[in-house]
Structures are given as C-alpha cells and as structure tokens.
Design a protein. Structure first.
Length: 180
C-alpha cells in the first residue's frame, strides 16, 4: 500500500471545502514517538486501545455517512463516555457483505463504535496495520479533533480482514496527546 494514495482515497470519501489534512508524512512504527507508538502501532481495535489509554469507555458520533449497496462509509469521532472530549477522528470504508445481517444492522444503527460491535459479535478478523502517519491538521481535522489549526498529531491506516478477506479500510487519527 502506498500510504499517501490510501490516505487520499479515504479523505476523498467525504470531500470538503475545508481541507481535512494540511500535510501527512509516513513514519516508521519504530520511529513513532510515545505515547502515539503504543496507541497506534499494533494490530488491535482502536476502540480497545483508546478506552485503555484514556481509561474510559468511548462513544461514537457520526459526522457524515454514505451507503451504496453493501459499501458503507462513515466519518466519525470517538469521545470519552459522558464527556465532550474527542479522543479520535476516523474514516471507515466497510464492505458489509462480510458480516451477518444482525451485525450489519447494528453497524448501521450508528450507536456503538465499530470495534466494540465486532468484538461483541465474535466476528473473526485480523487487523493489518498499513502505516503510521504524522499529520498536520487542516481546518477540517482541527475542528473535528478540537485541536489548533496546523497542530500535529499521529494516525494510522489499517485494514480489517474478516474470514481472510479485506472488509474494512480505516483512517484513525488520535487527538493530540501529551508526550509522556
């Protein structure tokens, strides 16, 4: 995967007058600074990683969505439960043919983070980390993550495989973190 091409493909799912990202640079996992390395450089659900890092369950807020047959795309933020603190921005492209009708309905209800749904329904999957990115926020990301314009944070591109088939493409960007 070419990280810049994949990033462009994900961002273009939801075109906007205000650029989402000003600049993105691929960073090798080994060179990713902490705490971003621990939070992003793994092959697990980001829902679980965010909840563990922030010591709080997370809730999903859907900012935009598209459904074209079995292809479901959504732009979201994850927030700490019972708080207005955004911890992650994401864009998801999901081939819903890879899950049962029950899982599909729960995903489309947009009430629960994707990772939690897949875990609760024991959907057999593998998560492949594609790339870690150092991201400079454009106006769109600045607003979504409640961060300064031109501020920097880190994110990742990943693919979820269900029963060995690529089913979900992900762009997951952490809200800026204090470096510990």
């Amino acid at each position: 995967m070419n990280p810049h091409d994949e990033l462009k493909s994900m961002v273009e799912l939801f075109p906007s007058v205000s650029p989402l990202i000003e600049r993105a640079e691929h960073v090798p996992s080994a060179m990713t600074p902490e705490p971003y390395k621990t939070l992003l450089a793994h092959e697990h659900h980001m829902t679980v990683a965010m909840e563990s890092f922030h010591k709080s369950p997370v809730e999903v807020r859907v900012l935009a969505k598209r459904l074209d047959g079995d292809l479901y795309c959504r732009k979201i933020v994850l927030l700490k439960q019972d708080a207005d603190q955004v911890v992650q921005f994401g864009i998801v492209r999901f081939d819903l043919k890879s899950v049962s009708e029950r899982v599909r309905e729960e995903i489309l209800s947009e009430k629960t983070p994707l990772g939690r749904i897949l875990i609760q329904h024991n959907v057999f999957l593998q998560i492949a980390l594609g790339a870690i990115l150092r991201i400079t926020a454009g106006p769109g990301l600045s607003e979504a993550l409640q961060m300064p314009l031109h501020g920097q944070t880190f994110g990742r591109l990943a693919t979820i495989f269900c029963d060995g088939q690529p089913a979900v493409d992900l762009l997951e960007i952490s809200a800026p973190l204090d470096r510990r």
